[in-house]
Write a protein that binds this ligand. Structure first.
Ligand SMILES: O=C(O)c1ccccc1NCC(=O)[C@H](O)[C@H](O)COP(=O)(O)O
Length: 238
C-alpha cells in the first residue's frame, strides 16, 4: 500500500517543485450527466492508479453526483492512494461514517457548511479520528476564515458548488486566491481543468495539487491522461 496521507502528497509536491495530480471520481454531474457507469468503477480506478495518480477524491452525494459511501468503499479497495470525501456534510455522524468507510481525508467546504460552530466541530472530530481536513474555499473571505480555522490545506474550488458547479469556472479564481495564501498552507486547485495550459497556470500560481474530475472521466484513455498530467501538463488537452 502507498502513502495514505494527503498532506504528505502535498508536502512532497511542494518539496520537489512539482504539482500533484488528484482525480475526483465523479459518477455523474448536474452539468454533464453520466460520467462513469457503475460497472466501470474498478477498471476506471485501476486505470488512474496505473497512470500514477497521487490521490483521489469522490463526492458521495447520491442525488446530484450519483455517489455513495458504498461506491467509496469500492474505490478504497481498488486504490492504495489517499482518498478524500466530498459531501454536502450536515452531521457529525457523517464524519464518523467517513472514517469507518476508509477515507483518509474529508473536504469541508465553507460554502456548504456555513455554520462555523458546526464546521469547527466537524473538523475537530475528523482530526480526532486521524483524518486529514481540506478546507474548501471559493472566495477571499472564505480563505481568511480558513486561516482563522487553522487549516493545513485548502481546496480552492474554481467552480461554485452552491450552484452545483453549473458555472464554467476558471483557474483565475485559484490564481487570485493563491496570492493571499499564507506560507506553509497547502493548496489544491479544484475543478474546471480542460487543458495543460490551465494546469500550468495553477502550478505557476503555486498550487501544490490540481483536482480534475470531468476531463479525465471523459477522456478515451484515463491512464494516459493522468500520465500526461504527471509528466508535464503542457501536452494535455491540445
Ligand atoms: O466541493 C465540494 O465541497 C463538493 C461537495 C459535494 C459534492 C461535490 C463537491 N465538489 C465537487 C468538485 O469539487 C468537483 O467534482 C471536482 O473538483 C472536479 O471538478 P471538474 O474537474 O470540473 O469535474
Amino acid at each position: 500500500m502507498g502513502v495514505r496521507s494527503l498532506y504528505e502528497v502535498l508536502a512532497a509536491a511542494r518539496a520537489g517543485g512539482n504539482i500533484a495530480v488528484m482525480v475526483d471520481v465523479k459518477f455523474r454531474s448536474p452539468r454533464d450527466g453520466e460520467l462513469i457507469p457503475e460497472s466501470r468503477l474498478e477498471s476506471y480506478v485501476r486505470a488512474l492508479v496505473d497512470g500514477g495518480v497521487d490521490a483521489l477524491s469522490t463526492p458521495t452525494d447520491p442525488v446530484y453526483f450519483d455517489g455513495s459511501v458504498e461506491k467509496a468503499r469500492r474505490i478504497r479497495r481498488a486504490a492504495g492512494v489517499p482518498l478524500m470525501r466530498k459531501e454536502f456534510f450536515r452531521t457529525i455522524e457523517q464524519i464518523d461514517e467517513s472514517h469507518e468507510a476508509g477515507f483518509d481525508a474529508v473536504q469541508l467546504s465553507l460554502s456548504t457548511v456555513p455554520d462555523i460552530g458546526l464546521f469547527r466541530r466537524m473538523k475537530a472530530r475528523a482530526e480526532r479520528l486521524g483524518m486529514e481536513v481540506v478546507v474548501g474555499v471559493h472566495s477571499a473571505a472564505q480563505l481568511e476564515t480558513a486561516v482563522d480555522l487553522g487549516a493545513v490545506a485548502v481546496g480552492i474550488n474554481n467552480r461554485d458548488i452552491t450552484v452545483l458547479e453549473m458555472d464554467d469556472g476558471t483557474v483565475s479564481l485559484s490564481e487570485s486566491l493563491m496570492a493571499g495564501l499564507p506560507d506553509g498552507m497547502y493548496a489544491i486547485s479544484e475543478s474546471s481543468f480542460r487543458t495543460g495550459a490551465d494546469v500550468a497556470r495553477a502550478a505557476e500560481a503555486g498550487a501544490d495539487a490540481v483536482l480534475v474530475g470531468t476531463a479525465v472521466a471523459k477522456s478515451d484513455d484515463p491512464a494516459a491522461t493522468v500520465r500526461t498530467l504527471r509528466n508535464g501538463a503542457e501536452a494535455w488537452g491540445r
